[in-house]
Each structure stands twice: as C-alpha cells, then as structure tokens.
Design a protein. Structure first.
Length: 282
C-alpha cells in the first residue's frame, strides 16, 4: 500500500493565505489521505470553515486559541482511528507547495527508515532560501544568536546555528522548521507529539530534540520545495508574539539545564530574556 499523509494546518485569522495553500495541495502529491484545518478561535472562524469545507478539508474548531502544538493536538483528537495514515504533515496555512513536493518528502522518508521528521527547502516570498534545518541551540550559540542575530546577522554564532550554506544537500539536522514538517506517525506517537507547554515558538526545536533523543533523525530534503509567504497571524500582534518567543526560549533552555546546580544559570537566563524583551518592545 502506498504511504498515506494526514495534512494538518492550524489557522488564526488566516483566510487571506488559506485558499492558495489548499489549492497548491492538489498538485503537491498523490499521498494525501485527508486535510484537517484547525481554527484557533479567531474572528475569521466562519469564513475559515467555509474555505476549508469548499476545498474538501475537515474543519475543526479548537474552541480557544490553543497555540501551535495545542492546535495540532486538537485536530488529531478529532481524527482518532478514523483516518489511516503513515505520516503527519504539520504545515502553516501561509505556505504553498510546488508540484510534487509532498511526494518527494514522502519518497525521502521511504528511503530513510531511521528518519523521524523530514523538512523541505523553504523559500521566502522573495525567492530566497530560508535556513530551516538548524542545529540544536546550545547555551552559547543560543545566547549569542539572541543578542546579535538582529543587529549583526552574519555573526559566527548565528551562521553556525542556522547552518547557513548547507541548504543544497540532503542531510540530518538538529531540528526542522515547524512551518512545514513531515513526521513519521510511529515516531510522533512514540515521543508523545508536541509539548503543549509551548504556546508558540520552540515547539519545533523541542520536537526535533526529543526525536533525536529517541533515536530518530531529522532529515532536510532540499529537492522538495515550498514557499512560505509569511502572511501569518503572528505578525498581527507583534508584542504578544515576542513575549511568547521569549517564554518559549526560556522553557527550552531551562529544561536542558534543569539540574539543581544550574539554578543560577536559569535565573540569569530569565533575567537576560526579560531584559531583551523589554529592549526590543520598548
């Protein structure tokens, strides 16, 4: 039997981007078993339902804004055993697929049985390659990237962390962007899916980290190409999203350094992130 993919996207005020996303799926590959659109209770919920159902997708009202991982969990809870699938494609609604791109991801998964997740080459709306297959952030690279990433984008810590210059070949990565990631169902269920403690941001970093710890690899597949337009709801409430980003960064790093003797380090991280948030939001 051919592999089957469950496509799941989480929306919030995404009606501008959703039609192009759903339309591009029709040529992305023949492995799509079902498409689920989870609405995180935005003011556009009625229109989102109409667009999803017109395209033959299943619409799920999450009932509240559950964040990214929470939205995925809400969608999967409605699927249960009703839909048989081998892979879960978690993808933003502001993405468009090139023809055959999903099939190429699925083919790479079939060739890589040790792979738990697979990520495509992601292009920006301007056609530039977004470095979406990155190393796991260590304390040093994470802090340096946070401090210098915006004011000095070419700093060596950011370049190393983002694995820039390594976007043209298939390779393993520490984690793959949650904007579009194909996850082997058995791997996803083994680690318990996304950590719902992350409202938004770093849930994909954490997922890649836990997949790696469980013995799976995260594989970058550059011959599968998508475009991420960035027309997403996160840009509508910048201060709230910045706060969520900093909270998630602390959650991730503090859990990596959770031993009692790292308590001073965790305090320094908390104070440093609060200071950075104040600085960029002032």
């Amino acid at each position: 039997m051919s592999p089957r993919v469950l496509v799941l996207t989480v929306t919030y005020a995404s009606t501008e981007a959703l039609p192009a996303f759903l339309d591009s799926l029709t040529t992305a590959g023949g492995s799509v078993a079902a498409v689920v659109v989870v609405e995180n209770a935005s003011p556009d919920a009625v229109e989102t339902r109409s667009l999803a159902e017109a395209a033959g997708a299943r619409f799920v009202d999450a009932g509240a804004n559950r964040g990214y991982g929470g939205g995925v969990a809400a969608g999967l809870a409605t699927v249960g055993d009703e839909i048989d699938y081998d892979y879960l494609l978690v993808v933003n609604p502001d993405v468009t697929f090139t023809p055959g791109s999903l099939d190429r991801l699925v083919a790479a998964a079939g060739e890589t049985p040790e792979g738990g997740s697979f990520g495509p080459r992601i292009l920006t709306a301007e056609g530039d390659v977004y470095p979406s297959a990155r190393k796991l952030p260590s304390l040093r690279t994470g802090v340096a990237h946070g401090l210098f990433g915006r004011i000095w984008p070419s700093n060596p810590w950011t370049v190393s962390y983002r694995a820039e210059g390594q976007t043209d070949r298939r390779r393993s990565a520490g984690w793959l962007s949650g904007a579009c990631v194909l996850i082997r169902r058995t791997a996803y269920e083994q680690i318990g899916g996304f950590d719902l403690g992350y409202f938004m941001y770093f849930e994909d970093v954490d997922l890649g980290d836990r997949l790696g710890r469980a013995g799976w690899s995260n594989v970058y597949v550059p011959d599968a190409v998508i475009t991420h337009t960035g027309a997403h709801s996160a840009s509508r409430d910048v201060k709230r999203m910045e706060r969520a980003h900093h909270d998630s960064a602390y959650r991730y790093l503090s859990r990596r350094y959770s031993a009692w003797y790292f308590a001073p380090l965790r305090l320094a991280l908390r104070l440093g992130l609060w200071g950075r948030l104040w600085w960029i939001s002032r």
